[in-house]
Design a protein around this ligand. Structure first.
Ligand SMILES: *Cc1c(COP(=O)(O)O)cnc(C)c1O
Length: 433
């Protein structure tokens, strides 16, 4: 019998390219049919065939409180009753701007937008306008949304300029972007030595979460900070994923480094389309209507999205919120690594706050190349076996995972028990040849 998920996916492909509104949803990397979600509550989601899963994707990061948190839903409903959008200032958007500036000390002024892509695109334009320079540096494996200037991969050899990583991105645009290796501070130094006075900005995920999870080596972020200061370039921390995911002061608080600009998204919208960019006042003052850098949005600061964001940010300020979240996440990664070790499977895992990485290799990767060296087939097998067990991990070996405050002891131990069954079956299989 063909499942409702399969039926829906077949129909979808007729009307939506690839059947999805964002590529990773199509399960291309792991194979099989994507799961169509019908409902979510807390740590759980239900698919079109009414199968239940423990969800470790959380809509790719926003759902730090889990699905349909009662206070977030209540705030959204109340805001909606008063009108969906005005395209004019509201008190609530001022309230969230004040809160973001209070919680993140590097942010003196902030502007709201509707997606992470808009936030990074605007931050890049602002950095270029502020410095009157064009070139930017990004790192291989970091994702900053789908702005042309950031859909760029490394050229051949160090210090060559980037090439488009997507059709439709002009070579001229890509060629202003230099793509360096994550965690390679010497590479950044060399780039600055050669092109320092031309570099408008360095944009970096302070914990890389779009190539599985890669943590910054000690000194990497601090070294970039120093070079940017020395050469008058703008340091942009893309915290769309890490912002309020790894701690209340975001990744910059965790590592004690102040970027010039920060981009936020995901958690700050609480599941609604909202993102932001902000930072030093003298840079933010370059934005229209004060300054000459144009940036705008019909739905920017949307009242319903702002209400969801405020309700979410209220919850994460509760005492010990991040300690508890980090403890659950660590319990998951340590448990998975323990189960794999017991059965002699090449696997490791790590957590940073409420995000985690799973790797089918022996030690933690520190670069894109090392992530690419993971056993992808093992991951795909693991993914599908866990899916059958009712555990929904990201459908790709190159995405970080997320734990929410709604993931309790039961969900974590059910997940670990499922992994134990799978790894145990694998080891039996390999022993029986
Ligand atoms: C998700 C993400 C983006 C893009 O945000 P969208 O809302 O999907 O446009 C940008 N940067 C990082 C680090 C992200 O994780």
């Amino acid at each position: 019998m063909i499942s409702r998920n399969q039926q829906l996916f077949e129909r979808s492909q007729k009307y939506i390219p690839g059947g999805v509104n964002s590529p990773v949803r199509a399960f291309k990397s792991v194979g099989g049919t994507p799961v169509f979600f019908r409902r979510g509550k807390g740590a759980h989601v239900w698919d079109a065939d009414d199968k239940t899963y423990i969800d470790y994707v959380g809509s790719w990061g926003p759902l730090i409180l889990g699905h349909a948190h009662p206070e977030v839903i209540e705030a959204v409903e109340a805001a909606a009753q008063n009108g969906l959008t005005f395209g004019a200032p509201t008190e609530a958007e001022l309230e969230i701007a004040e809160l973001l500036c209070k919680l993140v000390s590097s942010i003196e002024q902030v502007r709201l937008v509707s997606s992470g892509t808009e936030a990074t695109m605007s931050a890049i334009r602002l950095a270029r306008g502020y410095t009157s320079r064009n070139r930017i540096i990004k790192f291989e494996g970091c994702y900053h949304g789908h702005d042309d200037a950031l859909l760029v991969k490394a050229g051949s050899g160090a210090l060559t300029f980037g090439h488009p990583s997507s059709a439709g991105v002009p070579e001229e645009t890509a060629s202003s972007t230099m793509v360096l290796d994550y965690n390679d501070l010497a590479g950044v130094e060399q780039a600055f030595n050669q092109f320092g006075d031309k570099i408008a900005a360095v944009i970096v995920e302070p914990v890389a979460g779009n190539m599985n999870l890669v943590a910054p080596k000690p000194g990497f972020l601090a070294g970039i900070r120093e070079l940017c200061t020395k050469h008058g370039s703008v340091l942009i921390f893309d915290e769309v994923m890490t912002g309020f995911r790894v701690g209340l002061e975001c990744a910059q608080g965790l590592f004690g480094i102040k970027p010039d600009l920060t981009t936020l998204g995901k958690v700050i919208g609480g599941g609604m389309p909202m993102a932001a960019f902000g930072g030093r006042r003298n840079i933010m003052q370059c934005l229209a209507p004060v300054g000459a850098v144009y940036q705008a949005g019909t739905l920017s600061g949307n009242p319903v999205a702002v209400a969801a964001g405020l309700a979410t940010l209220k919850q994460v300020q509760a005492p010990r919120f991040y300690e508890n979240l980090a403890a659950s996440t660590r319990q998951l990664t340590e448990g998975l690594a323990g189960a794999a070790k017991k059965h002699d499977i090449d696997f490791c895992a790590q957590a940073v706050g409420g995000m985690f990485g799973l790797y089918f290799r022996n030690n933690l990767p520190s670069s894109y190349a090392e992530v690419m060296g993971c056993d992808r087939e093992a991951f795909n097998r693991f993914f599908h076996a866990m899916l059958r067990e009712g555990i929904y991990f990201a459908p790709s070996a190159f995405e970080a995972g997320f734990v929410s405050a709604a993931h309790g002891e039961t969900e974590i131990s059910d997940t670990l028990a499922a992994a134990e069954r799978i790894f145990s079956a694998w080891s039996l299989e390999s022993r029986n040849g």
